[in-house]
Design a protein around this ligand. Sequence first.
Ligand code: GLC
Length: 639
Amino acid sequence: MYRAPDHAHAVARPVLETLDAQLREQFELRLDRWWSDLEDGLRAVYPPAAQGELIARLVRLAASAFAARDPDLRRLDTARTLDPDWFQSEAMLGYAAYCDRFTGDLAGISSRLDYLEELGVSYLHLMPLLRPREGDSDGGYAVADYRSVRPDLGTIDDLKTLAARLRERDISLVLDLVLNHVAREHPWAQAARAGDEYYRAFFRIFPDRSDPDAYERTLPEVFPDFAPGSFSWDDELGAWVWTTFNAFQWDLDWSNPDVFHAFAEIILFLAGLGVQVLRLDAIAFIWKRLGTNCQNQPEVHAITQALRAVARIAAPAVAFKAEAIVAPSDLVQYLGQGAHHGKVSDLAYHNSLMVQIWSMLAARDVRLAAHALRQLPPIPATTAWITYVRCHDDIGWAIADNDADAVGLDGFAHRAFLSDYYSGRFPGSSADGLVFQSNPATGDRRISGMTASLAGLERATDPESVHRAIGRMLLAYAVVLGWGGVPVIWMGDEIAMPNDREWDAEVAHAGDNRWTHRPMMDWDRAESRHDRSTPAGQMFTGLTELVAARRRLPQLDASVPTEILPVQDPGVLPLLRRHPLGELLELINVTDSWRPWPGERLAEHGLAAATDAITGRRIEITADGQLWLPPYAVRWLIA
Ligand code: GLC
């Protein structure tokens, strides 16, 4: 049995005094349940001398947040505790948008709930909206105050109201928790600049270049173009400060227990507003170790485990989502491997799947994807992937050399091919992406662009090429909808919006071409979403058909693993999901030609007379014994 020690209960008792016996008991049970996760996590990170005090402060904090919890949220806590796999359901669908670009402000979101409901959205990620620094704020990822909202979007009360409105419609509110860094203008950084020793210890500050130089020997650059290096000189500080991203984003020192405590407070504050999923931004970077790339260090997972334990004790309705855009072999750890199995983030972005979708479409070949995706270890059955076609960031070609080798490709050459292809330089490519952060030292060239532009819609001049571009977009979304997990649509993709050509008109954005795929919502275009003679209509209706089919398929619950069957035709990706109610076989033709799937293989899965769950139509095996798949076709076959 789990049990927290008496001294921990003793710390909580006075804080809970005014609550009734049942609530006090509830807290005690939760403290018992999560104690070892908390203690083990902290033990792996902080020296013994610091642990006792930190843990007592955290228990007190959790108890106060629990005592102050809104009754409606307390009810949600109970509901989620009864249904801890809520986010694994095949009915989950995510949507991600910048509040200002989607509806102007927070109040505007309430007027668009019908639109979201029409799509089937149950999870709404609003991009950073806590008060950022003025001017360039890296899209809000340089936070100056975690307890207020960007003034032009609304107030904390508006956010609370919106969270409640969303709850009424069973839509979970998802917000970013930027925990690797704060803005140079955040009060902690201000105090550090003013010489306050307590706050200087929140950051990684160096009097001269000796340590920065030593670290930089093994540190990759995140923004080599506009923010080279990982340290910035600050005149007021009179020192170098660690800045992984931009010079105005100061990395925090998580080896300081006060930083941990400060973020535990912020997490519980956001939980109190009704935020249901916290996206742990740039989580891979929070622990630094000399001689490494300072990403994915073991302490990252121990810290996440302990933070999650605090959240589970006080506000179990809150789930964690890791944003770790890392190499395939480092990715699964964010959902918990080894000692952290199932104890860290509940959700994590499936960056590898996203990259492989684009790779398959460019190469018209599934063999690399099939191999690479098969190499990923299984994820804990209690967790789920966030699957997505593209997001607000660039696409970096996270394809491992050994995966490429295994299928006879050269990793470097393939990554270069993908950059050429998606920037439209490769002969025959119809993609229209922009090169982001070209790094001559490594040969990396990441890509910016809306799904529609990368899929060739913008360059399509005749109906046939429009049809093919839409086919590629729907295929990409079918893969993420058919993978299991929470598929997330990025704003504008549902109506096939192209790149924003004016992305650099705003001064603070010029120079960061990720803004080309962060457009203003085109509500006029959305008006034609039911008109199948328009690209917007073809995309929207195709997508909503897929979403509806997904909801009917229990095989798509995230707890069911995706198996990648042996490839029969290099153009067809075969995915199998076994479920007590019957198998689901997904066949995905990533090419622009007709491709076969052998009929006898269908019989092995009891699918000789299968129906396509998307269209409801019976499949047809032709006289040659094959199931023929048209260009870019996706079939979800069930008995
Ligand atoms: C994450 C965000 C990205 C931002 C970075 C720094 O990767 O997605 O937009 O630039 O963190 O906060």
